[in-house]
Structures are given as C-alpha cells and as structure tokens.
Design a protein around this ligand. Structure first.
Ligand SMILES: C[S@@+](CC[C@H](N)C(=O)[O-])C[C@H]1O[C@@H](n2cnc3c(N)ncnc32)[C@H](O)[C@@H]1O
Length: 423
C-alpha cells in the first residue's frame, strides 16, 4: 500500500519542484498490531514522534478510519517557538520562499487523505503567508471539486502589530472533503431567535409564501395564484373568505402577478403554517423544531467570537500549566466550534499537529456537554524543547510531553477519561 502512496507523493513533488530533497521511505514502519486502537477502552491516543511516520503507522493499522481531520500546522513564520517554525527557502523560482514548507506538508497531506473515510473532511488553520500555496497544494491532493470552502476567523480585536500599514486580525480555516460524499454537520441554530409561537411551537418569519425567481409568474402556474384571506390583526390566513379578513393575491411590490409556493390542496392542509404581516404579506412560519439546538444550518464563512481569540488560548494554557509553556495554542472554544459543526457526535477526529492537545480537550468538553462520543487521535513531535524555553525550565523535555501533560490534566479532572501513548 505504501509504495503506491510513495509514487503518488513523488509525482506530486515533481509537479511542485524539480529539486525535492525529501526522501519518502516506505520501509521505516511495519504494520504493527500493537498499535491498533481499542476505542472501547480509550477516548484518545497520542502518537509520539514525526507525524510522517505516525501517519504511515496509522494507515497501516487501518485506512479510512477518520471522519474529521483538523490541523494547525506550523505557519512558517520564521520564528523559533517551542518548535522551529522556519522553513523558508531562498526566494527563487515559482514557489519562492514557500518551497520547503510545501515539500514538508505535501506527503503529510497525501497520507491524511488516505486515512480519511470517503465521507471525511479536513479543516486546516493557516494565515496569509502560506494560504495561497496551501490552497494550490490541497487542490492538487484533494481535488478542486472537493474544496468545500474557506472560513475567515477573527483571532484578535486589535490585530498583530508586525505590519506597517495593517493590523491583521484574521486567519483562515481551509476546508476540503475527501469526496463528494463529505457532509458538514452545520451550525447549531441555538442562536437563532424564534420570536413567535402558536399551538405548534416557536417559530420565526423569514420566508415569503410568494414564489420568487424562475417560474414564479402567475402565467407559469395559473392554478397556484388563487386568493388567500388574511386576518391583519392576528396574522391568521385562510383559503376561504372570512368576514373582515383581507383578500390577498400573490402580486409582488411592482404589481406583477406571481404565484404561491404550494397548490391549493396543500395550502388548505398546511394553512396553519402561513402567517400574514399587518400589511398582508404572506410568509411561511419556520418552526424551531422539537429539539432546539438539534436543528442545523449551513456554516457561515466569517467567524468572529471573542472566545475564539488567541488571547483566550494563552490564558487557558497559563491556567492549566501555571505558565505560558506553549507559544501558539488555539482556544478550546474555537476547536469545539470546528468539531461540533464539521463532525457527527460519534466521529473519530485526527489532529497530527497536536501541540498542547487542545483538540483532545475540546472533544472531551463536547462529549461531556452533549453526551457525544467522539474519539481523538493526536500526533506530536518528540523533538527536544530548547533549553532556554520556559517549558524546559518547567520540566518538560520534549514537545510531546506538553501534549501528554494536557491529557493528564483532563484525566486528573475526570478519571473516566482514558488515553494511550504510542511511542
Ligand atoms: C501550531 S502548533 C499546533 C498548536 C495546537 N493547535 C494547539 O492548540 O496547541 C504546531 C505543532 O506541530 C508540531 N509539529 C511540527 N512538525 C511536526 C512533525 N513533523 N511531526 C509532529 N508534530 C509536528 C509542533 O511541534 C507544534 O506543536
């Protein structure tokens, strides 16, 4: 299996650059049954070491098991964090300073695609610097037709001060499906206001009963342009005339004769679902549904909520570890939002740039909050932490120790939370 993937990687590498220095070896891992994951007995597993090898191990122990892959890779800022974030190439050729970063990400993204289910989704955090290069890379690996969308995420109120003319307040979440079977669960409608109610429940008014657009003229469907009768005081609507009720025809604001959405028989059966405004405009009631919060709407592409700001993540790290021992964490609420909106409640979620293990923490909280049963696979490098880093002084020797410490923190709060470490 790995040799097929190897040739796929090599082919793509050549498309991106002629002088790939990367050597993808297939014989550094063997199918190892000890690494098979028993989800009956564990909530999370963490692979320690280079994620290229960990992804191969995961693949050999079972392809197509992951529902959602969320990653927050190094952004190639040039900084030295707890991990090195400098993969800048000389500024030559089409890919300029981005070539080495692309070559680093490419094989990992190919492997990530292999471990996703056909219905699987991948969401990647990234900022302006590598965004265009990542988009092209993803188009080549996942296919342009599987691009689901790009979400703009506000990460702070005042923005970064590093640029002369702009204070950047946003980054991105780039979302692809493995195939056209990928479906996002959607945003909860909890925030939606249902400001009216009747015997059938809470509802809001947000859709005209008069048809709009193509095929909406009376001449298109004359039988669907019958009169309705509206009580302008109570908002009730009837198909038959009633004393004192206003006759309403499906005319638009320009006086053009149009038609209703339903025929007369359906309208009679469902007339309770219609509502008239005080000036006789007929709407279809949109009910909240039996289980509020279960109803879902399409994910919107601009996300802005102070609980997703970077400063929140820093505060979370300080409150968990006593000091800011991880430089670039994501806030728990932000990852919860991604997981809740992009995966079902029994999903297996993979994060192969786990860092301080926020993804595991977010999944744990979602499971507790909603009775969900998502499972989590993390991967993090076992590289040594620089001696001058605060995490080293705090007693952590390798980066994965920080991820494991977060898992231990969750377990200390709740003994039922179980995790396993794969060296
Ligand atoms: C931006 S951070 C992720 C932060 C994470 N989302 C959080 O909330 O803490 C990227 C992480 O990827 C890890 N990483 C970089 N290269 C890696 C590799 N080849 N294998 C495994 N982990 C790697 C870094 O050590 C770092 O912890």
């Amino acid at each position: 299996m790995l040799s097929v993937i190897e040739s796929k990687i090599r082919k793509l590498q050549q498309e991106f650059s002629n002088n790939s220095s990367f050597d993808f070896v297939t014989n550094d891992v063997e199918a190892n049954s000890n690494l098979s994951i028993n989800w009956e007995q564990t909530d999370a597993v963490i692979y320690s070491g280079d994620n290229l090898i960990s992804l191969k191990k995961l693949l050999l122990n079972g392809p197509e098991i992951v529902d959602l892959c969320y990653i927050d890779p190094p952004y190639n800022t040039g900084s030295n964090f707890i991990y090195s974030d400098n993969r800048k190439s000389p500024e030559t050729g089409l890919l300029g300073s981005h070539e080495a970063w692309i070559q680093f990400m490419l094989p990992r993204l190919v492997l990530a695609r292999e471990v996703l289910k056909e219905s699987g989704v991948i969401a990647i955090s990234i900022d302006d610097y590598e965004f265009p290069y990542l988009k092209i890379l993803m188009d080549r690996i996942f296919g342009e037709k599987n691009f689901i969308g790009n979400i703009v995420v506000c990460r702070s109120k005042n923005g970064k001060g590093s640029k002369k003319n702009l204070a950047s307040t946003h980054e991105y979440l780039l979302v692809y499906g493995k195939s056209n079977k990928a479906i996002l669960r959607g945003e909860s409608d909890e925030d939606t206001v249902y400001d009216k109610s009747d015997a059938y429940g809470e509802y809001r008014i947000d859709g005209l009963f008069r048809k709009k657009g193509e095929g909406s003229l009376k001449s298109d469907r004359p039988l669907m342009a019958f009169p309705l009768y509206a009580n302008l005081e109570t908002g009730e609507v009837s198909v038959d005339p009633r004393d004192g009720w206003e006759k309403v025809l499906p005319k638009d604001s320009k006086g053009i004769d149009r038609r209703w959405l339903w025929g007369e028989t359906t309208t009679r059966e469902r007339v309770w679902q219609l509502y008239s405004s005080k000036n006789g405009i007929i709407y279809v009631k949109n009910y909240a549904g039996k289980e509020r919060g279960q109803k879902r709407k399409k994910i919107r592409t601009i996300w802005n909520d102070p609980s997703w700001y970077t400063e929140r993540a820093t505060n979370e790290i300080t409150s968990i570890f006593g000091q800011k021992i991880f430089d670039t964490p994501k806030p728990i609420e932000f990852i919860k939002k991604i997981i809740d909106t992009m995966s079902e409640e029994n999903a297996i979620v993979l994060d192969f740039f786990a860092g301080s293990a926020t993804t595991a923490h977010a999944i744990y909280e979602l499971n507790k909050m909603n009775g969900a049963n998502r499972k989590c696979i993390l991967m993090e490098s076992a590289d040594e932490i620089p001696l001058n880093h605060v995490a080293y002084t705090a007693g952590y020797k390798s980066i994965v120790d920080v991820s494991i410490a977060r898992l231990e923190y969750i377990q200390n709060k709740d003994q039922e939370f179980k995790f396993e470490v794969f060296e």
